[in-house]
Write a protein that binds this ligand. Sequence first.
Ligand code: ARG
Length: 395
Amino acid sequence: MKKVVLAYSGGLDTSVAIPWLGDQGYEVYAVAIDVGQGGDLPAAVARAKALGAVDARAIDARQEFARDFAFAALKMNALYQGRYPLVSALSRPLIARLLIDVVEQVGADAVAHGCTGKGNDQVRFEVSLAALAPDVEVLAPVRDWGMTRADTIAYAESRSLPITTTKSSPYSVDENLWGRSIECGVLEDPWAAPPDDIFASTAAAADAPGEPLDIQIGFERGIPVSVDHEMLDPVALVDALEKKVGAYGYGRVDIVEDRLVGIKSREIYEAPAALALIAAHADLEALTLERAVAREKRSLDARWADLVYEGLWFSPLKEAIDAFADTTQRHVTGDVRLRITAGGCLVTGRRSPESLYDLELATYDEGDSFDQSDAVGFVKLWGLPSKVHARRARS
Ligand code: ARG
């Protein structure tokens, strides 16, 4: 019998996929990967076995996800289309890599995922899998079996599968340590305001505490290491910030986004920790990066976000930009103070032993070392092309 390793979430589709893949002649190895989505993974693993998987396991990948994926994105201030912190896009390449580890351990022939044919996630899985294991076969039952959700439930009932098909949420939610993505249901109308009950990690701004909250984040070489002077590991740091910032209702994103497959889609995200960290990190870069490096980095930041959104985590260009990122981050050490208010987050201070800010150059008070007479010739030459052009235009 052929063996398939299934990226198993515990949800309806990947649960039904287990007997369905069995019907296609596969032994199913179900792998549930913990990237901080919450929920009861041990129970999901037990259910996979009850559904007929020959083997089912959970892998705790939270620290690795935080350190090597979320914080890699933070180094590049990664926001797709300027606003989406790549939550779902970051977990797929890690999941693909962990699946391939299991493929090698058990000598499997194929990998299966539960993505539909309309989204980005199928692209991210399959391109990552192709980059890591070019010869492994990929099965996408949900995309290929042509069943609606009702068909899926009917299939589960006809086989008396141990699946709870209680009236499930009309939303499609994907969650990890870096945030939550929410789509479908009423959200498909871009004019419809998001209902309050879709949010889980952010309070409504109206329910925020009355007093603003100041938070100090410490960075070492571009990586956040402390919150209010307490050293924290990556997972604990993101969790702590999510609680503090989410309580103020900061971190919601409502965006019409361009999917790689050509569809415009209305998406809601909540990512209080990611967005606060990106604001802080980008600000510390403004203090510590040389001007030309900072300018180049802003365009590479956007390029990096596009590459990762579009499934090219394991690609030579992304790897090359990562090397650029690491070079720049050598200096991104210091502290940033954030002021969190109802629905808001502002940087109110930054400091660094690597600061390029020179008070003697900047000051308008005593102690000014900037020679203003140098500006005279500089401004003349800088404006020379404009002058020459204007003279021709007038003649
Ligand atoms: N549009 C987002 C992205 O492409 C969110 C995807 C959410 N995935 C999901 N299976 N619900 O990254």
